[in-house]
Design a protein around this ligand. Structure first.
Ligand SMILES: Cc1ncc(COP(=O)(O)O)c(C=O)c1O
Length: 443
């Protein structure tokens, strides 16, 4: 059935929009009315090619029938079931399906509703594990500069994006330290795939360990590939080095795979892609193809056993959400994971990544392009910031692309490209043609 298209602009007064320049947006709103496959339709009736999978989350494309059907059936079968001291079969089935895609030994799944909740859950599980393991003094958390781990107080504390922290700086978690980020244009500009330079930056963890003593450190959390900060690809050997150092000191390693999980790099997870297994892995976004808000945390089986077996027979972890394992999310997850498999969507991402890489690096040489970086079906095109107006150039390029029918993202002066994984080679061409033209036309 054709969906009705809204053409009227609604009253924009009451909605406080997240991570949005509200005043500017409301002066010139960009409103989407419907979506199908690779395209949105805007309220002014234009087809917009989705170059960023919504917010890195619609991996199988929009409004996929099997997922929509599963949700529709579920909402009239079991709309809600309590998640505390009660269960429903689909939550166990969904956990089994998610566990099957996780690295070996990480088959225990805790459900959340978002990436931010997954991160805060992961941090709490890390602390609970050390307590259960007889090391309650291990409470220090190590994040990384430029890391994005959502917007909970835990997430912004270990996160490293300064505007996200600034207004809350007196209220962040105590006992947090940060690794340096790995972005370096002098050494790595225009790297194709993983940059060769920078593995040694993981050794900074040894310095932090020496400063605080390993016995006080609970966990290190990083995005194996950082998306939201503007696409930062880990240098070759960097993640392996982090894993070696964390192992050596009994520190847990958390991979925040909210973006990289479910095919973005052409593998089940970034852990799989890089061959580095963390102790805890956070997910959201693609887990349900974004059709229902959902997230999860995969935990090493031994960690789970340690926490579960530590106490008496009471509640082992005082943590959870009213909507952990929500039936609609479980239906969406189960259907999405089946769809990913039946349509070989992660394979498509892997097969297309060389063409995607070539098209992205076609931006090299255009005016003001100071870097292109890529991995899997993700690319970042960094522009030189305008004097006294950081971000303005990328904002203009973003708007030009939108006006020309391609939706992208920008962070600072980096344009991020991360389309649904069902994209065709022709659509990859369209995205970069439009982007290239927009960059060329922007002073
Ligand atoms: C790596 C990472 N962690 C956490 C989050 C937060 O997810 P959410 O917005 O669903 O809370 C994001 C969102 O982009 C993310 O990229």
């Amino acid at each position: 059935m054709e969906k009705p298209m809204t053409t009227e602009t609604p009253d924009l007064t009451h909605l406080w929009m997240p991570f949005t320049a509200n005043r500017r947006f409301k002066e010139a709103p960009r409103l989407l009315a419907s979506a199908k496959g690779m395209y949105y339709t805007s309220t002014d009736g234009r087809q917009i090619l989705d170059g960023c999978a919504g917010l890195w989350c619609v991996n199988a494309g929009h409004c996929r029938e099997p997922i929509a059907q599963a949700i529709a059936t579920q909402v009239s079968t079991l709309d809600y079931a309590p998640s505390f001291q009660m269960g429903h079969p689909l939550a166990f089935k969904a956990a089994t399906a998610v566990a099957a895609l996780m690295p070996t030994g990480m088959q225990r799944i805790f459900f959340t509703n978002s990436g931010s909740e997954s991160v805060d859950t992961a941090l709490k599980i890390a602390l609970a594990y050390h307590r259960a393991n007889g090391q309650p003094q291990r409470t220090r958390l190590i994040g990384r500069e430029r890391g994005y781990h959502g917007v909970g107080f835990g997430g912004i504390s270990v996160g490293g994006i300064s505007p996200n922290r600034k207004a809350f700086s007196n209220s962040l978690l105590p006992n947090v330290d940060h690794l340096p980020h790995t972005h370096n244009l002098e050494h790595n500009a225009f790297s194709k795939g993983q940059p060769a330079w920078g593995a040694h930056l993981a050794d900074e963890l040894e310095r932090i360990v020496a400063l605080h003593d390993a016995s006080t450190i609970a966990a290190v959390i990083v995005e194996p590939m950082a998306g939201s900060t503007g696409v930062l690809i880990p240098p070759e050997g960097y993640l392996q080095r982090l894993r070696e150092i964390t192992h050596k000191h009994g520190i847990l390693l958390i991979f925040d795979e909210v973006i990289t999980g479910f095919g973005r790099l052409g593998a089940n997870t970034a852990s799989d892609y890089f061959g580095v297994t963390p102790d805890i892995l956070t997910m959201a976004k693609g887990i349900s193809n974004a059709a229902v808000p959902a997230g999860a945390v995969a935990v090493n089986n031994t960690l789970y056993d340690t926490v579960i077996n530590a106490g008496d027979n009471g509640i082992e972890l005082f943590h959870g959400y009213t909507y952990s394992g929500h039936p609609l999310a479980m239906a969406a997850i189960t259907a999405a994971l089946e769809l990913y498999q039946s349509e070989h969507i992660f394979d498509n991402a892997r097969t297309l990544s060389p063409a995607f890489e070539a098209a992205a690096h076609g931006m090299n040489g255009l005016p003001n392009v100071i870097d292109v970086r890529n991995l899997g079906i993700v690319a970042g095109v960094e522009l030189a910031p305008r004097k006294d107006a950081p971000g303005a150039r990328a904002a203009e390029v973003f708007q030009r692309c939108y006006d020309a029918g391609v939706l992208l993202r920008y962070t600072g002066d980096t344009i991020a490209i991360s389309p649904p994984l069902i994209i065709s080679q022709e659509q990859i061409g369209t995205i970069f043609d439009v982007l290239g033209k927009a960059i060329s036309e922007t002073a």
